[in-house]
Design a protein around this ligand. Sequence first.
Ligand code: ZN
Length: 489
Amino acid sequence: MKKIIIILGLFFIIILGIVFFKTLLFTSKQSSAKPISPEKLDTDSISERLASAIRFQTVSSQDTLPNEKEFLGFHAFLEKSFPLLHKTLTKEVVNKYSLLYTWKGNDPNLKPILLMGHIDVVPAENESKWEHLPFAGAIADGYIWGRGSLDDKSAVMGVLEATEHLLKSGFSPKRTIYLSFGHDEETTGKKGAFKAAALLKERNIEFEFIQDEGMFIADGYVPGVPKPVAIVGMAQKGYVTVELIVEDTGGHSSSPPSNTAVGILSKAIVRLEENPIKGGLDGIIGDMFDSLGPEMSLPMKLIFANRWLFGGLIEKQLSESPGTNANLRTTTAATMFHGSDKENVLPQKARALVNFRIHPRDDIQKVLDHVKQVVNDSRVKVDYLKNSAEEPSPVSPINSPSYEMFTKTIKEVFPDVLIAPGLFIAGSDTQKFISFSKNIYRFHPLYFQKSNNDEKRMHGTNERISVRNYEDFVRFYIQLIRNSSNFTL
Ligand SMILES: [Zn+2]
């Protein structure tokens, strides 16, 4: 007995030793870049130009064609607003409404970069709930208000402002810079970014890195982290909608079988909900913990430094909230269900759709195999909607000169934030460009405060960006263009 106690005691001491040792080695991986003095900008003019951009109702909707007057009016507005840029860069109009600019670099041996954004916006509903009308382009209380102020006219205008500013200062890039602005990102991107990608493919272009919308500077969103976190989306989830069909003979509902097609299908759905696809703390989320964990205070730091011991606990905790759960695994969402068309008629066919957002460790085939294995019922036919299916993107490496340069740029302009790689769980136009570069960063320096519900303003009501944030947004692009021109591989 005594021997067992001694062995157990020794075992406990060894474990404790490893835990403390690992915590000691868990040191900061944050960029050590020093802040730069803020670039002098004409705040009123850049804010007014963004407000004017918002006034063009470049709305994308599933069922209507783009409004020619608004889109072409926006093009003309850009020409007028950025004269030097339009004199220096090559502009191509892609499929009538998308724009592709080329800023030729001095050194043809350097790989070019691609900065992306989109011109279109989602419609604005509930106009009466907006503090300022969605397309009025109001500037009030230190904010620029309106649809597109966050998503994504701030990016389009921000990068154009930066380019014009740099041109005025006499800057010319070593590396060629492409600017691509699609016009249908909010629907499919198939008419805009997709066509621009096809055009660039013909020219055999490979990019050093690509930057587009995605993640943001999150203040108060990451528990246990005392500072705002700039999360750089290193990968994007895939997408597949699985179709489940049960066919039956139908008939009158007065003499039903014990299971109708609806009942059989319902069981399949319940099984899928109860058996989610396996998640984990590997990959991007692990890299995120490695970046943020050392910045946390005890005991959080100790826990994240010892995921070999506490991994199960962390995973359980994170799985409980939909937002964090989506970062760990391929998610399952039963979204549509259809049985008989009449209350007293047995369904001859029941159909359900289940939408999966695919984690980079999985793929479409794995999802289908999982569904078949879990449903395990030959009466349920499993297929998927091929038109909307998309594999997850590859994961951009964190150990690359591009990423180092990118995070250095963030730190130089936003010295008070921490930086971490993250997974983008929604969609962006970068999916059309994944074959062009292994370094794709889905990040805009939009400052979102949880206490203000800022993330809900995107696609929601009262979308707005603070004037201060927008100034830094432009500064970020100025610095990104400078740094990407200068850095060598
Ligand atoms: Zn967007």
